[in-house]
Design a protein around this ligand. Sequence first.
Ligand code: SAJ
Length: 401
Amino acid sequence: MKACFMGLGYIGLPTAITAAMHGVDVIGVDINPTVVEKTNAGQLHIIEPGLGERLREVTANGKLRASVVPEPADAYFIVVPTPFKGNHQPDISYVQAATEAVVPFLKDGDLYVIESTSPVGTTELMAELIFSLRPELKGKISIAYCPERVLPGNVLYELVHNDRVIGGVDDASTAKAMDFYKRFVSGELHATNARTAEMCKLTENSSRDVQIAFANELSLICDRAGINVWDLIRLANKHPRVNILQPGCGVGGHCIAVDPYFITSAFPEESKIIATARHINNYKAEWCAEKVINAILRFELDNNRKPVVAMMGVAFKPDIDDLRESPAKTIIDNVMEARTGAEILVSEPNVKSHPQFKLTPYAEAFDKADIIVFLTAHTPFKQLPWPDQKKVLDFCGIFKH
Ligand code: SAJ
């Protein structure tokens, strides 16, 4: 079995490596020559625990090679980004480009699978594209959708152990795709059709977005009502059928903050809760920035000088180095743009440098600042003492009670 993975990013590379570890001959394709060079040299271009050793193994034993162009294979996997455009409309141009690149290689009996998060109907659309270019392949190849569900930081484990939902454009395609994933997935494989599988991925992340929005809405209400939201949620969760998530400074990353728009842009009339959740989670970052700006002005009025402010954490969630779509960054930007004259120190213990912000070691920022703003609940921040003499704005529950 030879498989061609189109896209060697956060999902494509670990999946390609996992398939190679399970005996598949893998050709990994990426349009970025640096990614290809590094991969062939056995060097990771992303950060993911345990993946470096596995990459070295499968490049050394020849099971995985990278290239900027596809090669003939038995199965093709589309694992490229699907961002959204300015108006929150999904951009499937990378999926289309990767599909067009493999079309000339497709032959009788091959499998074509999309893993990229995609709007409902994308797999059928790509099937139409393939058959418009290669009409003789109709009924001869298998076409399916199988979304990834892994959590960054635990990818190697989850790629193998998570259940997967697999939906073909027909039953034979579903069966053929399931046969492939059986090679390395020990979780259950659930058969469905392509549209349901596409919607399932969007539903999973939208569900989490809605639940986080509920927690964030509670945090706004509690702030007005003088109630500690962390205490409130802890107590409400003592009910056997209540399980509220944690509020934060917004929702970041490139999945939960993006995927719900794939539903709202296609079904605007029907997706009221999903759209409102997006709105609440985006608003939460603006609300946090307003709180910081107000605290700066209050400090100046009370002390007759401008404060030093520590912005603690830039990553989009705890203990990672990923800053994409981070609400913490939005908050820091908004506070800086307000030009209050306060000295703003930015700390992010998980990265060495930042293209926009000069980073200050977190212990130093904590000591120097008059106002401490916790944006990301990184573990080292939790060891810091409660600062009696300073104003603390804890948006992520470092000091929960
Ligand atoms: N967050 C909160 N409160 C919470 C939990 C999370 O504010 O109680 C925030 C985080 O701080 C972060 C954002 O939500 O800003 C997203 O973090 P996350 O840990 O919920 O999820 P991601 O984006 O790292 O990964 C998600 C996962 N999806 C689900 O849990 C339904 C993962 O399984 C998916 O594979 C991934 O999206 C993806 O690639 O789609």
